[in-house]
Design a protein around this ligand. Structure first.
Ligand code: UDX
Ligand code: UDX
Length: 432
């Protein structure tokens, strides 16, 4: 099929490449001319495991191309997917201006029937607004259908999640676009759920809020574990083996961040409020998440006392493992708060250092270190802030000798407390 994706970011680029991989002909459109140039010359603007080979292979096969022109994309496809940002506004509601402007651009370019699919995460009822907008701005009065098709991919595992999805959700106003949408997803062999548009839009916010709730739940349990001498990993394993609960998203730590959970939670709370419901449960999810960072910082100050003039090594800047994305990263927030208290930092991340430099400017208080094993050099303590598996391979012997005193604060529970104590560390983790 001939498909166009508008917005070539973390979601749009991976989606486009995976559609091409299963045999569709895909045009990726972006309004950032530099990004399009980079992609056309074989570069990849983000780090996502497996993405570079996937893009290269499909470009070479003639199934994937990049353009700056929405008109070019719309003319050359039957189905147009929208994957542009839907950022939060200061009051928590969603800024839909990118969706609106892309809907107008599509409308202006349309001369024949198109299916316009919203992939971005949007408040319930946005599909109706997109349909109204297209109708109003399409001078050619072309026929069209609007579909909601939320994405569920995790950054760092996006290619895997897209190629082997748990489910595909297709929200429609009429049955007309269903057959074509099924055809798009047929090669992925996943269960397909067809719903009305409002339900499809709600499924996305309900799913992400539930996953965030699961993380806050285990983080609340971690507080009880610390107070009672239990171990949160044992508790997570014990409850996670109940198939009704499941072990995934029960890792206690510094809390969730990133460009989705925080934004989707505040959006869902706001949408619920507008619909007349006070979603207090989700406000508590937010509160627990924020408190988790406060409690971790308190562990650091309880141990190191005054942070002014202390040097702290930080492992991890990305908001999670396997990505270079630092948007709303708990690791970055941690660094900012340590800096505010007067500490100086030596920081490292396997992939996110370039993007982190835009937020945490290198200078006298912050040194970017290429080798993770050199981070501890001359520091008073070491902190693990992101769950990168490679940090488990840290040269602990070297780190112990390079620190003033062997102190490790593990915000992602990567090491074993007993082993660390046997090795002579003062080791503080979360919920253990
Ligand atoms: C986006 C949305 O933020 C999110 O709500 C949704 O769930 C998935 O899509 P992401 O792919 O992470 O998330 O965004 P980002 O990496 O910022 O990429 C968006 C791209 O759209 C950028 O390359 C930007 O240049 C482009 N864009 C933005 C357009 O092409 N046109 C616009 O009008 C605005
Ligand atoms: C999330 C959803 O998982 C995905 O389905 C949706 O489409 C987009 O939002 P993403 O934000 O990319 O994906 O990453 P995810 O793996 O969900 O992690 C989000 C945050 O939660 C990270 O900061 C991570 O460190 C944290 N997390 C995750 C935990 O603290 N504990 C866990 O058990 C799992």
């Amino acid at each position: 099929m001939k498909l166009t994706i508008i917005g070539t970011g973390y979601v749009g680029l991976v989606t486009g490449a995976c559609f091409a991989e299963v045999g569709h002909h895909v045009t990726c459109v972006d309004n950032n001319a530099e990004k399009v140039k980079l992609l056309q010359s074989g570069g990849i603007p983000i780090y996502e495991p497996g993405l570079d080979e996937l893009v290269a292979r499909n470009v070479a096969a003639g199934r994937l191309r990049f353009t700056h022109s929405t008109k070019d994309g719309v003319d050359n496809s039957d189905i147009v997917f929208i994957a542009v940002p839907t950022p939060p506004q200061p009051d928590g509601s969603v800024d839909l201006s990118f969706i609106e402007s892309v809907a107008r651009e599509i409308a202006a370019a349309m001369t024949s029937y198109k299916i316009v699919v919203d992939k971005s995460t949007v408040p319930v009822k946005t599909g109706d607004k997109v349909a109204e907008t297209i109708k109003r701005y399409c001078k050619a009065h072309a026929d069209f259908d609007v579909v909601s098709n939320p994405e569920f991919l995790r950054e760092g595992f996006a290619v895997e999640d897209l190629m082997k999805p748990d489910r595909i959700v297709i929200g429609v106003r009429t049955q007309r676009p269903v057959a074509a949408m099924r055809e798009v997803y047929a090669p992925f062999n996943a269960p397909i759920i067809v719903t009305d548009i409002n339900s499809a839009e709600l499924i996305k916010h309900a799913a992400n809020s539930f996953l965030a709730l699961k993380i806050s739940y285990i983080n609340a349990i971690s507080v009880i574990c610390e107070a009672s001498g239990a171990n949160v990993i044992e508790v997570a394993n014990g409850i996670g083996l109940d198939a009704r609960i499941g072990r995934r998203f029960l890792d206690a730590g510094l809390g969730f961040g990133g460009s989705c959970f925080p934004k989707d939670l505040s959006a869902f709370i706001k949408i619920s409020e507008q619909l007349g419901y006070d979603f207090a449960l989700l406000k508590e999810v937010q509160r627990i998440n924020a408190a988790q960072m406060d409690r971790f910082l308190k562990k650091i100050t309880d141990t190191l006392w005054v942070l002014k003039d202390k040097k702290i090594g930080v492992l991890g800047l990305a908001f999670k493992q396997n990505t270079d994305d630092v948007r709303l990263s708990p690791a970055i927030e941690l660094c900012q708060r340590l800096l505010k208290d007067g500490a100086s930092l030596r920081v490292h991340d396997p992939k996110a250092m370039d993007k982190a430099k835009d937020i945490l400017k290198p200078g006298p208080a912050i040194t970017y270190v290429e080798d993770m094993n050199a981070v501890a050099d001359g520091c008073d303590a070491l902190v693990v802030a992101t769950e990168w598996p490679v940090f488990k391979k840290l040269d602990l012997d070297r780190a112990r000798k390079s620190l003033t005193h062997p102190i490790l604060f593990d915000g992602r529970n990567l090491f074993d407390p007993q082993e660390m104590e046997q090795l002579g560390w003062i080791y503080k983790s979360v919920g253990r």
